[in-house]
Design a protein around this ligand. Structure first.
Ligand SMILES: [Ca+2]
Ligand SMILES: [Ca+2]
Length: 172
């Protein structure tokens, strides 16, 4: 994993630094937790076609979220295109910038998250947020929009972050 100062591709708020994968053919970075969690949120910036986030529990994959899933979320919402922050506002306008919230349903949980890119373009992330959720918020994404490599996929859904929406409106 590389840490970069904020630029047009990442850095929440247009300042500080952010995490990004290497730029080789494929690369990844991961976060492991010493307890099981049911909530993860992060600011995904400059989405590319090979950017996948994958959740694990005890070494088993329980959920993955593909670039197409992100594109489905922001379909018809041009405000989520391009960097929304500060001096980088409006740059890289073709790529989505979103805060994603993931809530594990029922008895399911995760203890590791992998950010993986498969097309030589970086996977940028920032403001990693973890916890055990009690109440969901945001725009619920129907499970039908998510492809199904396994039945476990239906146990988690992704929500667009309210905070990201507010940021974009302020910039508008
Ligand atoms: Ca940051
Ligand atoms: Ca990217």
């Amino acid at each position: 994993m590389n840490i970069r100062p904020a630029d047009q591709y990442g850095g929440a708020g247009g300042q500080g630094s952010y995490a990004v994968s290497g730029l080789g053919t494929t690369s990844s970075y991961s976060i492991s937790f010493d307890q099981s969690l049911t909530y993860f949120g992060f600011w995904l910036s400059a989405l590319d076609g090979g950017n996948h986030v994958i959740f694990y529990s005890g070494g088993d994959e329980v959920f993955s979220f593909s670039p197409v899933d992100v594109l489905n979320l922001v379909s018809g919402m041009p405000d989520y295109r391009g960097n929304p922050n500060g001096k980088f506002s409006g740059q890289n306008r073709s790529e989505p910038y979103v805060f994603l919230n993931f809530f594990a349903d029922d008895a399911y949980s995760f203890d590791k998250i992998v950010f993986k890119q498969t097309n030589g373009a970086g996977y940028e992330s920032d403001n990693h947020t973890v916890g055990i959720w009690k109440e969901q918020s945001g725009t619920v994404v129907p499970n039908s929009q998510v492809p199904e490599p396994s039945s476990l996929l239906l146990l988690m859904g992704a929500l667009l972050g309210v905070a990201g929406t507010r940021t974009l409106r302020r910039q508008a």
